[in-house]
Design a protein around this ligand. Structure first.
Ligand code: EPU
Length: 294
């Protein structure tokens, strides 16, 4: 009997993860699990625990690099309706499921006359992924708006964590090791038209300075080190256009690595190592990846 007997409807084996990431690179997940509600998720976690199987949660796949050999454990994805709901409550409170698409959430809040999230224009991914890594850019981070995060712990218990417990910092939260289920955000009513214009302006700015939307990237590769911009350091090290196999450091913005048709995940990872070494040699600064490498 397999560890997932009775859960066949939600567990598939050897599923290519490339189909679930923006990079479209990398190998399969040994198991790919899509629970349909919290009860099923709790059952799944219990089975994985009993079987001693490692697991990870995949959001929108916008900020991960999957190695060519894939992931030998279970990947959990919260893509059913129960995890994607967005609910509006009085006084600017919005509860968004972890599986909800972040750009959809941003648009929905503007449609409800709530302002704030327009600062996140142009950031892809799911609400869960964005909360986990405190996604953001020059105009703000999601953590600033989050009041509560509902998570399922490894043992299946449900817990509401306050923003201070979550410990949002630059591209960081203390939400590893649990499954994020939903976030409660606090926004304010305001001039939705002005917010829409700001949304549009930020979007245009990003797509004027970053690789085309159609390009295969995982967003910024490195975090900005304190007091410096990773993009500028990489650019000054002469790395724009550097290529290994099918991976190339963007000529538009040096903190992006584009994958061409023939790219492998190994090409991207080698280029990350090379870029890091060049910047270290030129400046002594140790760049840290922002992308997750699985
Ligand atoms: N720069 C260069 N050469 C380059 C790229 C940038 O000289 O090739 C210079 C720019 O001219 C600018 C500075 O470096 O003076 C910073 O660049 P930019 O304004 O593009 O912002 P960033 O710090 O590189 C951050 C976020 C982005 C987000 C933008 C805009 C990080 C690591 N990156 O980029 O987020 O889109 O601000 O809000 O915090 C991401 O997280 O995946 C991401 C792309």
């Amino acid at each position: 009997m397999s560890w997932f007997s009775g859960l066949e409807a939600i567990v598939r084996t050897d599923v290519p993860l490339r189909d679930h990431t923006w990079y479209r690179l990398g190998g399969p997940a040994r198991w790919f699990c899509q629970p349909r509600d919290e009860r099923e998720l709790a059952r799944l976690l219990a089975r994985l625990r009993d079987a001693g199987i490692a697991w990870r949660v995949l959001g929108g796949g916008a900020n991960v690099i999957i190695r060519d050999e894939g992931f030998s454990g279970a990947v959990i994805r919260l893509a059913s309706g129960a995890f994607e709901a967005i609910r509006f409550e009085p006084e600017g409170v919005v509860v968004a499921g972890a599986g909800a698409d972040l750009p959809r959430l941003v648009r929905a809040t503007l449609d409800h006359g709530l302002v704030g999230l327009e600062a996140l224009a142009g950031i892809p991914g799911t609400v869960g992924g964005a909360v986990r890594m405190n996604a953001g850019g020059r105009y703000g981070e999601i953590g600033r708006f989050v009041r509560l995060v509902r998570v399922m712990e490894r043992d299946g218990t449900l817990v509401d964590r306050s923003a201070s417990e979550v410990g949002f910092a630059y591209r960081h939260s203390q939400l590893a090791g649990c499954v994020i289920l939903a976030a409660t955000l606090s926004l304010r009513p305001g001039d939705a038209e002005a917010a829409r214009r700001r949304h549009r302006a930020i979007w245009m700015e990003k797509y004027g300075s970053q690789p085309a939307l159609a390009a295969r990237t995982s967003g910024c590769v490195f975090k900005n080190p304190p007091g410096a911009a990773a993009g500028r350091l990489l650019d000054q090290a002469g790395l724009k256009g550097t290529r290994i196999g099918g991976a190339e450091i963007s000529r538009r913005h040096a903190n992006f690595i584009e994958a061409h048709d023939d790219a492998t995940a190994a090409d991207v990872l080698h280029l990350i190592t090379l870029a890091k070494e060049r910047v270290r040699a030129a400046t002594g600064i140790e760049l840290e990846p922002e992308v997750e490498i699985w």
